[in-house]
Each structure stands twice: as structure tokens, then as C-alpha cells.
Design a protein around this ligand. Structure first.
Ligand code: SAH
Ligand code: SF4
Ligand code: F3S
Length: 443
């Protein structure tokens, strides 16, 4: 009897944690239908690329990656599938211009992948060229009953809501991931228990607008507390929230529950009220600072991080100064700072002119990075001489004689293993003797 070997799939993931989580879903969906997976691209029958569309440089990176696959496909049969936000966003361009691509599937269409890939593999065997697309966005799909096939490590991602209804004017996400929808809390808790029994020590709840979670009577404060109550889970994190959805009950839950990490990512985007209004962010700089103060008064040792965009449409020197001033004033623990990148079809692309020269955007980013770096270094120095609890993740990236873990506030701690080390997933106490803007050094 001829035994047909399982088609081997290799998946590569770009973009945010939600894509990481989606790739785990895709793996689970395909394994259920008899596909195998390989880490080795050279041995794969199918290569899937899970893509991001958030800024133009995300597109550029993926295009250059696709040209590598083109070279590979010259020498042997290979089915190429492009998934994720860029697939959804650039469907027409990709479908027409990229002969390389056999399958395109957007974030709400992954249940169709086994069928699409099987038919692409069959077509290839018969020497036919065929393209298959699944790009409908859904108002309901939450992949609720699919247990993800998780990557090893200490952390388990759990996507609790999908999509985004905020339509910040600069942002492509509402177009790539569709309308907001939340999962049944019971299915989230089931996943959390499953992750705990598989030995994951940390859970990160995910959604593009995670704290606007709502399902029946359940809001995000209740959900995160219930997840943190699951036995075996040491830490619960969440990303990414919007500043508009921080009711006192949520701040309180973070303050009182010992397993909920005292780290809040609080995307600011700009410190200029005029720009915030154009962005559609629904708060002013003053309101943002008031929220920061309120959070700090209820969660005293909280670590706050942020995202900022420089060079949004019509941003003047005065607008930029307002952002710089707010960053100095807020003294957040760290920030991701981006150059504004116009995304097709967004509100900003339709209504405003992308008129800040690229070079000036770059200068503003560099200036803000410098300001924040000094603030971060100062914030990190407050740990010197103190003991912190770390969740061990493994070896430090620079050297295998050093261990690495994260504080509750998600700050990286590095130590010499000969001063005390333990397996990934254990909690250890480290005494901090030095700190830079990126790392705490402990023993
Ligand atoms: N849901 C999150 C953000 C998701 S995108 C939130 O509401 O904050 C992550 C970050 O990318 C954003 O916070 C923003 O700072 C940045 N970003 C989004 N669109 C961008 C664009 N068009 N150009 C530059 N940066 C952008
Ligand atoms: Fe984008 Fe705004 Fe939604 Fe965040 S809240 S994903 S920035 S539209
Ligand atoms: Fe990118 Fe989509 Fe995430 S655009 S940042 S992969 S939601």
C-alpha cells in the first residue's frame, strides 16, 4: 500500500502578539486536519507567512521575505500562503502582482485553511497553477472552540477579543481585523486551566482593544480576576488596552490581585490636544496625565509603558514640544516611539495630508527616544539596592553563563548563573545592584 506522507507546513510570524497567538491557532487547525509542522523551511511543502500591516516598514520586511520564498520556489514544488493583516489589507495588490502566492487568508478566515491548502497541494501535484483566497471579515468569529497549539515557554497567549471599533484615524487595524467581538468567558477560563495544566506559569490576555472586553454581564476587570484565580498560574498580563477603558474596578483589580502584574501599557500617541483630536483618541493630554496619576495612587509600584507616534499629519514644532513635555512630566517606565506611516484607506489618509517630511519625523523620533531613555534609566535606578521577584525565562541573549527573567512590571533582569539560577517558569528573588535603560542586573 502507498502511504502518503503528511504535508509539512512551516509558519513564520510577523507583527504583534495577536499574530503570534493566531499562528498557534492556525497550527492547531491544520494539525487537526492531518498536516505536519516543521521548523525547517527547506523541508516544508507549505510555507505560511503571517503578516503585519501596521506601518510601511512592516510591508517592506514582508515583501523582502516573499522574494526569498520566490527563490526557493524556483527549485522545487512549494505552496505559499500569506495570512494576517497584510493579506487582508493588500488583497488585490497581492492577488494580482504576486504570482508566488497560492493562498491568501485574512484573520477571520483561518478555518478555511485546511481546505485551501489541500486544494493548492492537489493542484500543484497535477501541475496546475491555482490561487485561492479567503478574505471575508466576520462579526462573530472568535475561534472559541479551538485549543491553540502553543509555543513552548513560560507564557501562554489567550486572545479574549478580536477586532477594533475605535477607528483611530492613523490606524489600519479596524480594516484588517474587523469589528470588535469578545469571547465567552467560560471558554477563556477553560483555556487558562488547560494552559496551567500544561505547565505555563504566565498568561497574557490579548486583544487590540483588550480592556473594552464585554460579554453579557462580564467586563474586563471580572475576566482578568477570574483568570488570575486559576490554580497554577503565577502571573497574568494583558495587552493592548486603550486609555478610555480604565474604570476604577479594573484599576482596583490590578492593585489587589496578587497574580495580576502591576504593569499597564497605556498608549499615548501624542501629547498635543489638537493632534489627539485629529487622531480620534478621545482624551486630552491633561486627562491622560490624570489617569496616570490615578493609576499610580491606586497601584503604587506600577510600571507604565506607552506608544507614541511622531510626525502625524500637520504636527508642528509646538505639537511635538507638547508631546516631549508630557513625556518628561509623565515619567513613564518606557516607550515605543514610531514615525507616522500613512496607511491606505484610513481616516487620516482620506482627510489629512501626510505633510511632515520624513527626515523631520526621524529627528523627532530620535529626540523623543533620547528624552525617554533618560527617564527610563532614572526609573530603573530606583530598583538598585532592592529585591525583586523575577519569573525565570531562560538564558540571557548575550551569554549562556547568564540567566534572564522578568519582573512583575515586565522589566528584564539578568544575573550570573553562578550567583543562583533555576529552571524557566520558577519565581526567584534577585537583589538588584545595577541598572541601565534596558536591563536590571541582579544576583
Ligand atoms: N491597540 C493598540 C495599538 C495597536 S498598534 C492601541 O490602541 O494603542 C501598536 C502601535 O503602533 C500603536 O499604539 C501606535 O503607536 C502604532 N501605530 C499604529 N498605526 C500607526 C501608523 N499608521 N504609523 C505609525 N505608528 C502606528
Ligand atoms: Fe488602532 Fe486605535 Fe484600535 Fe488601537 S484602538 S487598534 S490604535 S484603531
Ligand atoms: Fe500588525 Fe495586525 Fe498586529 S497590523 S500590529 S499584526 S493587528
Amino acid at each position: 500500500m502507498m502511504v502518503k506522507t503528511l504535508p509539512q507546513v512551516h509558519i513564520e510570524t510577523f507583527g504583534c502578539q495577536m499574530n503570534e497567538s493566531d499562528s498557534e491557532l492556525v497550527r492547531s487547525l491544520l494539525k487537526q486536519e492531518g498536516f505536519g509542522f516543521t521548523e525547517d523551511r527547506e523541508r516544508a511543502d507549505v510555507v505560511l507567512v503571517n503578516t503585519c500591516a501596521i506601518r510601511e516598514n512592516a510591508h517592506t520586511k514582508i515583501y523582502s521575505h516573499l522574494s526569498e520564498l520566490k527563490a526557493l520556489k524556483k527549485h522545487r514544488p512549494l505552496v505559499v500562503g500569506v495570512l494576517g493583516c497584510m493579506a487582508q489589507n493588500l488583497k488585490n495588490e497581492l492577488a494580482e502582482k504576486e504570482p508566488l502566492i497560492d493562498v491568501l487568508a485574512g484573520p477571520d478566515s483561518y478555518r478555511q485553511l485546511p481546505r485551501l491548502l489541500t486544494s493548492a497541494l492537489d493542484a500543484q501535484e497535477q501541475g496546475l497553477r491555482q490561487k485561492a483566497f479567503a478574505l471575508d471579515l466576520s462579526e462573530y468569529e472568535t475561534y472559541e472552540n479551538i485549543m491553540p497549539d502553543r509555543n513552548d515557554g513560560v507564557n501562554a497567549w489567550i486572545t479574549v477579543m478580536r477586532g477594533c471599533d475605535n477607528f483611530c484615524s492613523f490606524c489600519v487595524v479596524p480594516y484588517t481585523r474587523g469589528r470588535e467581538r469578545s469571547r465567552d468567558p467560560e471558554s477563556v477560563l477553560l483555556e487558562a486551566r488547560d494552559a496551567a495544566t500544561r505547565g505555563f506559569k504566565q498568561i497574557t490576555l490579548l486583544g487590540q482593544n483588550v480592556n473594552s472586553y464585554r460579554h453579557g454581564q462580564w467586563d474586563f476587570a471580572q475576566l482578568i480576576s477570574a483568570v488570575a484565580d486559576q490554580p497554577g498560574i503565577e502571573r497574568v498580563r494583558f495587552t493592548s488596552p486603550h486609555p478610555k477603558d480604565f474604570p476604577p474596578t479594573l484599576i482596583k483589580a490590578i492593585a489587589v490581585h496578587p497574580k495580576i502584574c502591576k504593569h499597564i501599557h497605556l498608549p499615548l500617541q501624542s501629547g498635543s490636544d489638537r493632534i489627539l483630536e485629529m487622531m480620534g483618541r478621545t482624551y486630552t493630554g491633561t486627562e491622560y496625565l490624570a489617569l496616570v496619576d490615578r493609576i499610580r495612587s491606586i497601584v503604587p509600584d506600577v510600571v507604565l509603558t506607552t506608544d507614541i507616534i511622531c510626525g502625524f499629519c500637520s504636527e508642528s514644532d509646538a505639537d511635538f514640544q507638547a508631546t516631549a513635555h508630557l513625556v518628561e512630566r509623565a515619567r513613564l517606565d518606557s516607550a515605543y516611539i514610531f514615525k507616522y506611516s500613512e496607511r491606505k484607506n484610513t481616516i487620516a489618509a482620506r482627510k489629512y495630508v501626510d505633510d511632515v517630511p520624513d527626515q523631520l519625523k526621524g529627528q523627532r523620533v530620535a529626540k523623543l527616544v533620547e528624552i525617554q531613555r533618560a527617564v527610563t534609566a532614572e526609573r530603573n535606578r530606583r530598583y538598585i539596592g532592592k529585591a525583586v521577584e523575577v519569573l525565570v525565562e531562560g538564558d540571557a541573549t548575550r551569554s549562556s553563563t547568564q540567566g534572564m527573567g522578568k519582573t512583575d512590571g515586565n522589566i528584564t533582569v539578568v544575573w550570573d548563573k553562578n550567583t543562583g539560577h533555576s529552571e524557566p517558569g520558577t519565581l526567584m528573588t534577585k537583589h538588584i545592584f545595577d541598572a541601565s535603560a534596558a536591563t536590571l542586573y541582579g544576583e
